[in-house]
Design a protein around this ligand. Structure first.
Ligand code: HEC
Length: 137
């Protein structure tokens, strides 16, 4: 009889302990900060990081840099009426994923003397922006 009782008490204590542990976990997660707002998409990133200097169409007035409308598949340095830095005259390539990725990482490494004051070290951010640029085609 005593043995039975002791067993029951032990189980009860265990169950209680488990419950309060669960409760503590729930309390802890209730106090965790809310997950960050969903990461920005390519269009938002473009607006934040490129649009000060680039338009994504041909109707807005040109900014500090050339329009990037249909840039993927376009020859480097060929936006109508834009005066590029000297290095562009010596380049002869078409913008594709790899070139754009290298350019956004470090423009001066792709075209020496390029005057674009921008660098993006995060590969996933560059990829999202490039995906957005493709949507302009
Ligand atoms: C501070 C202004 C500035 C920002 C910000 C900027 N750019 Fe530029 N970009 C320029 C300038 C200026 C040029 C022309 C460079 C030259 O003539 O050397 C250029 C050139 C380019 C070119 C070559 C265009 C062509 O016709 O060959 C691409 C592609 C480009 N930028 C993409 C981007 C993207 C994508 C972003 C955002 C992630 C960005 N740039 C952010 C100023 C900027």
């Amino acid at each position: 009889m005593t043995k039975l009782r002791a067993g029951w008490t032990a189980r009860r204590t265990l169950a209680l302990g488990f419950c309060s542990a669960m409760f503590a976990v729930q309390m802890a997660s209730a106090q965790m900060p809310l997950p960050a707002a969903k990461p920005p998409d390519g269009a938002t990133l473009f607006k934040q990081q490129c649009a000060t200097c680039h338009t994504s169409n041909t109707s807005d007035p040109v900014r500090q840099g050339p329009s990037l409308y249909k840039i993927v598949g376009r020859h480097a340095g060929k936006a109508d009426g834009f005066k590029y830095s000297a290095g562009f005259a010596k380049t002869d390539f078409v913008w594709d994923d790899a070139r754009l990725d290298a350019w956004l990482t470090n423009p001066q490494e792709v075209i020496p003397g390029a005057v674009m004051a921008y660098r993006q070290a995060k590969p996933e951010t560059r990829a999202m922006i490039i995906a957005y640029l493709k949507e302009l085609n």
